[in-house]
Ligand binder design. Structure first.
Ligand SMILES: [Zn+2]
Length: 448
């Protein structure tokens, strides 16, 4: 019986992996070896164990992947249970990654899933370098941006500025918002990375205050009027707490008054909560559709059994049903997936001075910088114990810390952006030391 089940489980997969085809990738070699290698060697990291992450983990396990890991910093909330189907009521309060891994392993025999209950920034670069493919099931722009910079940091370019294929870390990214979603394939250096097309994620639309105050047209306008204008007028200085039901009730009744005044229908308590807390309803089916697309692309990348999506699929089920694939192009000047910013230094420059330069660099504006070179920590801001261990390096010349290599790549992490909206990021820098034999004075003027 068990044997029959496992046969039926790989039957569909076998059709893809054991037979030749017209649409296969250039390196595709069908056969049992491919299927076995896929199960033995392909290692996929799922980032996020929420609505999309749960689906992804299950889909990848059913697609024949046997070595999976999942990372997520959140604990299960009762409000997750309607769509994050790996979780039960008794799991509330437990780490998502751990419960998700356990549940899939219980149901899919032979799959091994290692959970990581922590922030994505808490893992060292080494951790991420270990995976064949990184699949993203996230809901935040910042987290995507960070993982993207990590995956792109592994990319090296040859002397002709072509990406070296053996250093390429593919990513598959999914995202959903209500009835809409996207799935994309990122091949750093080849297809646009997340940063190349960051404009696809416009900032949250906020209503102009004058519209709220003078010409409300929708129920949401009335709610935001009560929330952003009326609350302060009446409560003067008292902070609004969206988790306090009395506060929410007050906003709701004010919004109703406002709506009646302007003859606008549709203000409800649920909508009030949604608008004020900026909640976009999560739709389980959208997650399932987007996750299916992402899992299939992951399988295609790992096996070559078909050409991959090129490179951005959008799905819209809000009005009718539309899907569309767009082929975006790389930003040639991208700081993240390009060869890296070129920095020319004297051999005498200390690590401390180098770090100071990054803060003032016009393209970087990096603060709280940590530096690694070829997997070695040169200076780490956190944790305290590492800071103490690496502190003595600050007064040493970077040239010596880089083993007197005239030209190489270092990785720096820190907070980017000018004062205000800072976010953690990772950058790849090409360091060239002046006057070292064998190092041609490159087009520093262009690159820097
Ligand atoms: Zn890029």
């Amino acid at each position: 019986m068990a044997e029959q089940l496992s046969n039926s489980r790989s039957r569909d997969l076998d059709k893809l992996l054991l037979r030749p085809g017209n649409l296969v990738g250039p390196t595709f070699e069908p056969g049992a070896d491919l299927r076995n290698d896929l199960q033995e060697y392909a290692k996929v990291l799922v980032v996020g164990a929420g609505g999309l992450g749960c689906e992804l983990l299950k889909d990848l396990a059913f697609s024949g992947f046997k070595n999976l890991e999942v990372i997520d910093m959140d604990r299960i909330d009762v409000s997750n249970l309607n769509r994050q189907f790996l979780f039960r009521f008794e799991d509330v309060g437990k780490p998502k990654a751990e419960v998700a891994a356990k549940r899939v392993m219980e149901r899919v025999s032979g799959v091994n899933i290692v959970p990581h209950f922590c922030r994505i920034e808490d893992k060292e670069l080494e951790f991420y370098s270990d995976f064949s493919i990184i699949a993203l099931g996230l809901d935040s722009v910042e987290a995507r941006s960070y993982i993207n910079s990590v995956a792109c940091s592994f990319l090296e370019y040859d002397a002709d500025d072509n990406p070296r294929e053996d250093t390429l870390k593919p990513m598959v990214d999914g995202g959903t918002e209500g009835f809409k979603g996207h799935a994309r394939v990122i091949m750093p250096g080849v297809t646009p990375c997340f940063e190349c097309t960051i404009w696809l994620f416009p900032p949250q639309v906020k209503f102009p205050l004058c519209t709220l105050a003078e010409t409300p047209r929708t129920a949401a306008h009335c709610i935001e009027y009560a929330h952003l204008i009326k609350w302060d007028e009446v409560h003067g200085g008292k902070a609004f707490d969206p988790d306090d039901p009395e506060h929410m009730q007050w906003i709701y009744s004010e919004a109703v008054k406002r709506a009646e005044l302007f003859g606008i229908p549709g203000v409800t308590y649920t909508l009030t909560q949604g608008v004020v807390k900026n909640i976009i309803p999560a739709i389980a089916s959208t997650n399932a559709i987007i996750s299916a697309a992402c899992a299939l692309e992951t399988l295609k990348i790992a096996s070559g059994c078909s050409k991959t999506l090129s490179n951005y699929l959008t799905y819209n089920g809000a009005e009718g049903l539309h899907t569309k694939v767009t082929e975006f192009v790389r930003d040639k000047d991208c700081l993240v997936c390009g060869p890296g910013i070129l920095i020319q230094l004297d051999t005498s420059v200390t690590l401390k001075k180098f770090i100071d330069q990054l803060e003032d660099h016009p393209k970087l504006h990096l603060s709280r910088v940590s530096v690694t070179y070829r997997g070695k920590n040169l200076y780490m801001q956190v944790p305290a114990v590492l800071e103490e261990m690496t502190r003595s390096n600050l007064d040493k010349p970077l040239y010596e810390l880089m083993d007197k290599c005239g030209k190489d790549v270092v990785h720096v992490t820190g907070a980017a952006g000018k004062s205000g909206a800072k976010q953690s990021c990772l950058r790849k820098l090409r360091i060239v030391f002046k006057g070292i034999d064998g190092v041609v004075d490159m087009d520093v003027a262009n690159g820097a």
